[in-house]
Design a protein around this ligand. Structure first.
Ligand code: MN
Ligand code: MN
Length: 293
């Protein structure tokens, strides 16, 4: 497979796993169970995890990942964002969708339509600010707020957030898309303020820098973490073999040593509900949406 074929394969597996996961999200289903089934699906289809699958509910836009002992059950009225990232040889397909267990059809439509309108205008030479403009106009017209401090992003081999940043609002950014570039576009629509903040409860991390560690347990966990290269991982993955107490101890020490990037849940600052849609695209004269099936 050449690089483009790897992106297309990763996108296809990401899309199939997303569709599979989305139909499992039902009232009374368990968030942990759905997450583990999505993970198994990715592996069954021959993919690797680009990051842990995440299911963020209601006012949380992103970065909620099932805890090892997670007890959340989906309930009537929930709005669930499922975000799935898959790699083939480090080349990533990143996509997300919103499952509506309540009365949010218009809100779900807003982010979906914003994504479609963005996809209609992209191509070599297009300003990223104009993508943000298309997203903002679509969401605003539906009566919601685009989430302004979350954005889409470039992708590269083993790089899940590369340049350029793809804004969800009009920024006037004159950075132009280039042929062959791979980007993820991910509009979020909010009934609230359209700004999110970081909580302090991260269970998703990535290795920022390796440092010598003396403690035996921390060293053991660091060896495990190195297997994920620089890609995000979650405590649940580590705790399967190593036990949650050891994992938490080691992670605390590594956070203290500034060795980790943290990805905490991101709720809306006005407690509004948030929908999301995301696709990965290879920029070309005819752009290829790798995660569309
Ligand atoms: Mn994503
Ligand atoms: Mn993304």
């Amino acid at each position: 497979m050449d690089i483009r074929e790897k992106y297309i394969e990763a996108g296809k597996i990401a899309a199939e796993s997303l569709r599979y996961g989305a139909q499992l999200i039902k009232i009374d289903a368990s968030l942990l169970d759905v997450t583990e089934k999505v993970e198994q699906k990715i592996l069954d289809l021959g993919g690797e995890f680009a990051f842990p699958p995440q299911i963020s509910l209601n006012e949380t836009a992103a970065h909620y990942c099932a805890e090892p002992d997670d007890t959340i059950l989906f309930k009537k009225g929930d709005l669930a964002k499922l975000d799935v990232g898959v790699m083939i040889d480090g080349y990533i397909g990143d996509n997300a969708t919103t499952v509506n267990l309540g009365d949010y059809d218009k809100l779900v439509e807003a982010s979906r339509e914003a994504l479609n309108n963005a996809l209609k205008i992209i191509g070599p030479g297009v300003y990223v600010g104009d993508i943000g403009k298309a997203i903002q106009e679509t969401i605003t017209k539906k009566g919601f707020s685009p989430v302004r401090n979350l954005s889409g992003h470039g992708l590269a081999q083993y790089v899940y957030h590369d340049k350029p940043s793809i804004p969800n609002i009009e920024t006037g950014d004159k950075t132009q898309l280039k042929k062959g570039q791979v980007i993820a576009i991910e509009p979020f629509a909010s009934t609230g303020s359209g700004t999110i903040y970081e909580t302090n409860q991260a269970n998703i991390f990535s290795l920022r820098q390796k440092k010598p560690v003396r403690n035996v347990i921390t060293r053991q966990i660091l060896t495990e973490i190195m297997k994920y290269k620089n890609m995000p991982f979650t405590t649940r993955w580590l705790s399967k073999n190593l036990g949650i107490a050891k994992v938490n101890f080691a992670l605390r020490e590594m956070i203290h040593q500034d060795m980790l990037n943290l990805y905490p849940p991101l709720p809306d600052s006005g407690r509004g509900f948030i929908s999301q849609a995301e696709h990965t695209v290879i920029i070309d004269d005819e752009p290829i949406v790798t995660t569309r099936i």
